[in-house]
Design a protein around this ligand. Structure first.
Ligand SMILES: NC(=O)c1ccc[n+]([C@@H]2O[C@H](COP(=O)([O-])OP(=O)(O)OC[C@H]3O[C@@H](n4cnc5c(N)ncnc54)[C@H](O)[C@@H]3O)[C@@H](O)[C@H]2O)c1
Ligand SMILES: CCCCC[C@H](O)CC\C=C/C=C/C=C/[C@@H](O)[C@@H](O)CCCC(=O)O
Length: 258
């Protein structure tokens, strides 16, 4: 899919990976609605982006992905402003093993909520133009992180949901491709104060730091480039793309039918 003139929504867009995703979509000609629970950071980023790309290219909407009502309102506003929705990036996520129910609600249920509500705007079966959905999971969704079992569960869930939905979409004729990004460790706020985020597993923080040293830390722009590949390559559906210091790699899942 060529991005010029396309309408995109990014959740968790105010900082980190979401901000980098927003910027790469803008650089390639899309209009972007930035959804985030952090109003101050979101509005200040929008002001910055307006100066760079023009006021008609971005829209900040205060939105908590835990709320179906807020997502619905944000998608409606995006569709009215940009004339539809072609791309959804379900990116908002947290790392907090103490408030584990909130972690599930944002990281996994937020992706499901966003996807189902977006179908109403994007699916060709409900008058939409079709398009692409990219979910942000993690390498932890492919190989487990013993220091954060709930975070791992949410990211495995996002990988499974994406792959099942991708096949369901193709079989149903929604006209929507759905793929999942699986980054390794990325330099963002989520990687700060790791010990306190691990809750009852904070005593294993050294294990986490050893793994970070082994796998390395990448930049948000490395992740954004992978997103661009998954959005623009029309052959990709149901793919999980890992990205870490060694490079990018599509995951080879076992097949039970061949
Ligand atoms: N940083 C990493 O190492 C890493 C690695 C793999 C995957 N990820 C995933 O990438 C995504 C983005 O993480 P990040 O590292 O950029 O984190 P970050 O903390 O830098 O940014 C997260 C953004 O999401 C927003 N957000 C949080 N809860 C929200 C909610 N309920 N509704 C709407 N917005 C909300 C925050 O305000 C923030 O702007 C997450 O899903 C995360 O799990 C991060
Ligand atoms: C503690 C920080 C959590 C950040 C979570 C981010 O989503 C980044 C996750 C990045 C990489 C995950 C790698 C998972 C690897 C496992 O498959 C396995 O190799 C880990 C083995 C654990 C160990 O040996 O200590």
């Amino acid at each position: 899919m060529a991005l010029n003139g396309k309408s995109a929504v990014v959740t968790g867009a105010a900082m980190g990976i979401g901000r980098a995703i927003t910027e790469i979509l803008l650089q390639n000609g899309a209009q972007v609605a930035l959804l985030d629970v952090n109003k101050t950071a979101g509005e200040s980023l929008m002001e910055e982006l307006n100066k760079q790309y023009g006021a008609d290219r971005t829209l900040f909407l205060s939105c908590n992905v835990e709320s179906e009502e807020q997502i619905k309102a944000a998608f409606q506003k995006t569709a009215e402003t940009f004339g539809g929705i072609d791309i959804l990036c379900n990116n908002a996520g947290i790392l907090n093993e103490s408030t584990w129910e909130k972690t599930v609600s944002i990281n996994l249920m937020g992706v499901i909520r966003g996807t189902y509500l977006a179908l109403e705007h994007m699916s060709k079966l409900s008058g939409g133009r079709g398009g692409v959905i990219i979910n942000t999971a993690s390498m932890a969704g492919i190989g487990p992180l013993p220091t954060c079992p709930v975070y791992t569960a949410t990211k495995s869930g996002v990988v499974g949901f994406t792959r099942a939905m991708a096949t369901a979409s193709a079989a149903s004729g929604y006209g929507i491709r759905i793929n999942v990004l699986c980054p390794g460790f990325v330099q963002t706020d989520l990687m700060s104060n790791i010990t306190t985020r691990l809750g009852q597993f904070s005593h294993l923080a050294d294990l986490a730091h050893q793994l970070i040293d082994k796998i390395g830390i990448i930049k948000v722009s490395d992740v954004a480039e992978c997103l661009l590949e998954l959005v623009t390559d029309d052959t990709k559906n149901g793919e999980a793309l890992m990205v870490f210091e060694k490079g990018r790699q599509y995951v080879n899942f076992p097949s039970f039918t061949q």
